[in-house]
Ligand binder design. Structure first.
Ligand SMILES: NC(=O)c1ccc[n+]([C@@H]2O[C@H](COP(=O)([O-])OP(=O)(O)OC[C@H]3O[C@@H](n4cnc5c(N)ncnc54)[C@H](OP(=O)(O)O)[C@@H]3O)[C@@H](O)[C@H]2O)c1
Length: 288
């Protein structure tokens, strides 16, 4: 099966390219190959590659930036998805759309969200990703929506990378302890995406590393795993760090459909973090 991976130079896209290459040769495209929000460009790319399946990782991922640049976020997350979905509809190609826990508000989460729960985003990034989901879910060709959360992997910006830097610059730091979620290593997520694509399973799936924590818990674990004193990190409330975009206070994703599909159990987030951090501390990351 010929697979096209969009956003192939992004944090998740790179791992999808590496993992999918184990079974077949994926073709990757990124912004430098053309803006997928331009209908002619998306059409040209799809016609040239002529894939049987598209793993759509390309997106506007700057959550706070989406508040001040809503048109650009809409263009990347909605229009680009619409263009790819249009081609899939005409050609019969399958589409995997990577989505986010931020399609939920966090209100009344009751310990987490199942796949069927209604979308109710509270920020512009979440709104554009939810609109992208609606486009994909209306397809008559095979489609998958894979919601994930709190990604870390070999990219220039992610939470563990920021904490590692701050620990090297400051004596102590305060980290938000009133938002809960499921941290996810892009490498582990790429395996789940491969599992779903190869089986052609349809519908919405939640895919994260297992376990739940707050940003504070995650920051402490970064300290522990890199030999710093975790007590240099203090818990605080979100009100201490007002951000342009509101965040859900609980965006835990429950992965019932993935388990029913027989997907191997995903490693815990601490295990995933322990496998990721050496990339940063050994200087092997592409982004030093
Ligand atoms: N990061 C997270 O914590 C997180 C959490 C939940 C879900 N997700 C979802 O997971 C997916 C992958 O996220 P990520 O963090 O790996 O993303 P990323 O590192 O930001 O990579 C996204 C890639 O898409 C490219 N791109 C953006 N707009 C494009 C366009 N209009 N046409 C073509 N390419 C375009 C970007 O290019 P430039 O870099 O040049 O702009 C970038 O290379 C996204 O769908 C995201 O919404 C992410």
């Amino acid at each position: 099966m010929k697979i096209l991976v969009t956003g192939c130079k992004g944090m998740l896209g790179r791992d999808c390219m590496d993992y999918l290459a184990v079974a077949q040769e994926p073709v990757g495209v990124d912004l430098e190959d053309g803006d997928l929000a331009l209908a002619g460009i998306a059409e040209d790319i799809c016609q040239r590659v002529d894939p049987q399946w598209i793993v759509h990782c390309a997106a506007w991922t700057d959550v706070d930036g989406a508040e001040s640049a809503p048109d650009q976020a809409h263009s990347a997350n909605v229009t680009a998805t619409e263009n790819l979905a249009g081609w899939c509809g005409r050609s019969g190609c399958g589409l995997t759309y990577i989505s986010t826990d931020y399609v939920f508000s966090g209100a009344d989460a009751g310990g987490g969200y199942d796949e069927e729960e209604p979308r109710d985003p509270v920020n512009r990034y979440g709104l554009t990703k939810a609109q992208g989901e609606e486009i994909v879910a209306a397809l008559s060709t095979p489609w998958q929506i894979v919601r994930t959360s709190w990604l870390f992997g070999d990219g220039p910006v992610n939470f563990p990378r920021t904490i590692l830097r701050l620990l090297s610059q400051r004596e102590s730091l305060s980290v938000v302890n009133d938002q809960e979620g499921c941290p996810t290593f892009t490498r582990d997520l790429a395996h789940v995406i491969g599992f779903l694509v190869h089986r052609g399973l349809g519908g919405i799936f939640h895919a994260t590393n297992s376990g739940v924590c707050t940003w504070y818990d995650l920051a402490r674990e970064v300290a522990v795993l890199t030999g710093s004193d975790p007590d240099r990190i203090q818990p605080c409330g979100s009100d201490v760090y007002p951000r342009p975009a509101v965040r859900p206070n609980c965006s835990v994703l429950r992965s019932r459909r993935l388990e029913e599909a027989g997907c191997p159990a995903r490693p815990g987030w601490q295990d995933a973090l322990a496998r990721y951090l050496p990339l940063l501390t050994s200087g092997r990351s592409r982004f030093q």
